[in-house]
Design a protein around this ligand. Structure first.
Ligand code: HEM
Ligand SMILES: *[C@@H]1O[C@H](CO)[C@@H](O)[C@H](O)[C@H]1NC(C)=O
Ligand SMILES: *[C@@H]1O[C@H](CO)[C@@H](O)[C@H](O)[C@H]1NC(C)=O
Ligand SMILES: *[C@@H]1O[C@H](CO)[C@@H](O)[C@H](O)[C@H]1NC(C)=O
Ligand SMILES: *[C@@H]1O[C@H](CO)[C@@H](O)[C@H](O)[C@H]1NC(C)=O
Length: 351
């Protein structure tokens, strides 16, 4: 090595680096599926249209349901990749993600995903994964409520298992601060811009009093409310969520919860964020604050960044071998669940 001229040494190092990159690159390629736009063009050309129409029907029946379905992409993709694991019902031997801390009594509209899947299966059985259906439906939820529309890259497989433990360890709490959220997203190669834009999903849908009680009455153990709240808004939240309330009571997270727009960011600037994890983006961190301000003033910029963030988040993969589930709630070859809409594995009937 010492005998080689400087240029020669550089050459050798470069060759080693290229070799390593090639070897590792190939190994990574072998593990992940290549996603592409129009993946079902030959095998189920109507898939995207079927999903969109069924989402439009769901929106007409219950406006909130499309937001609830969109949220599933986040909770699916962050836990071992976008593999439909969040949709699996628990079994006696496998706790489900549905009962994980962030999901229990909270994730909803699984019956809408069943309807999407049934509609697709009717036309092309056994072809379209539940993981892809979530990604298509999330896109449609946004465009059907006034937001941007983007191309979805498809070709995901469904997992054979779910992991409640991983969901518990990964999914962020509504108490999370900007620093923790930036770090969490960075672990998925998602930038500060992605974090702020994707948080704008809270432009549609609702959250429970349960998620803000600490913020209203005991922020950081202070015995006091979060100081970063507009007084009138705080009064409204106190009225919605008094200490003795049924904590399942819900409200929109921005002033226009059935319209996908940049109202969410305008609200944050006016200290009217619902969750601590929302308001912290404006109130606690200079980097996220700049983005919140920008999106509050420029809806197009928000829409562009949101679409980009959804695509990136949708590319998170589960490298394990999967399948195309026939029923989104169970792995193929398992007995079907006894009840639709069932959440818990066992249920005591009340007479
Ligand atoms: C940045 C970290 C995030 C945190 C801490 C967070 C937390 C939450 C919480 C606590 C709720 C309300 C749950 C309840 O009270 O039952 C909620 C609702 C919601 N989240 Fe997030 N979220 C985050 C990011 C995202 C992302 C990236 C998306 C999707 C792209 C998303 C989509 C939604 C939607 C649509 C709802 C309303 C669902 C409904 O009405 O059923 N969230 N989120
Ligand atoms: C943010 O949250 C993390 C994790 O919970 C905590 O360790 C940190 O002290 C918090 N930072 C601030 C500035 O509050
Ligand atoms: C993030 O990007 C790096 C470099 O491209 C890559 O090695 C890593 O696997 C990515 N991480 C995730 C979670 O996608
Ligand atoms: C507020 O939180 C602190 C720390 O978690 C706890 O010790 C205290 O009892 C709480 N106060 C109320 C009124 O819940
Ligand atoms: C919300 O409702 C569920 C199901 O009815 C119940 O089990 C749970 O205890 C309630 N949660 C809260 C925080 O009140």
């Amino acid at each position: 090595m010492a005998l080689l001229p400087r240029a020669g040494r550089a050459c050798l190092l470069l060759a080693v680096a290229v070799c390593l990159a090639y070897a590792f690159g190939r190994r990574a390629d072998a593990a992940v599926k290549e996603l592409r736009v129009g993946y079902y063009a030959d095998t189920c050309p109507a898939a995207e249209e079927i999903v969109r129409e069924a989402m439009a029907r769901a929106l007409a029946r219950e406006p909130r349901s499309v937001a609830s379905v969109m949220r599933l992409q986040f909770h699916d993709c962050f836990v071992n990749g976008c593999d439909g694991s969040v949709l699996m019902d628990a079994t006696p031997t496998m706790p489900g993600e549905k009962e994980a801390l962030s999901n229990i009594n909270s994730l909803r509209s699984f019956e809408v995903v069943d309807q999407l899947k049934d509609a697709v299966e009717e036309r092309c059985p056994g072809v379209v994964s539940c993981a892809d259906i979530i990604v298509m439906a999330a896109r449609d939820a946004v465009s059907l409520t006034g937001g941007p529309r983007w191309d979805v890259r498809l070709g995901r497989e469904d997992s054979l298992t779910a992991s409640q433990e991983d969901s518990d360890n990964i999914m962020p709490s509504p108490r999370a601060n900007a620093t923790a959220l930036i770090r969490l997203f960075a672990g998925y190669n998602l930038s500060v811009i992605d974090l702020v834009a994707l948080s704008g999903s809270h432009s549609i849908g609702e959250a429970r009093c349960f998620s803000i009680m600490f913020r209203l009455y005991n922020q950081s153990g202070s015995g006091r409310p979060d100081p970063h709240m507009d007084p009138a808004y705080r009064a409204a939240l106190h009225a919605l969520c008094p200490l003795a309330v049924d904590q399942n009571v819900t409200a929109g997270m921005d002033a226009t919860p059935v319209v996908f727009d940049n109202q969410y960011f305008k609200d944050l600037v006016h200290l009217r964020g619902f969750l601590n994890s929302d308001q912290t983006l404006f109130s606690d961190n200079p980097f996220t604050r700049v983005m919140v301000k920008r999106f509050s003033e420029d809806q197009d910029a928000f829409f562009r960044a949101f679409a980009e963030g959804m695509v990136k988040m949708g590319e998170l993969q589960n490298p394990s071998k999967g399948e195309i589930r026939a029923n989104c709630r169970v792995a193929n070859g398992s007995p079907p669940p006894p009840l639709r809409n069932q959440v818990a594995p066992f249920r005591v009937l009340d007479f």
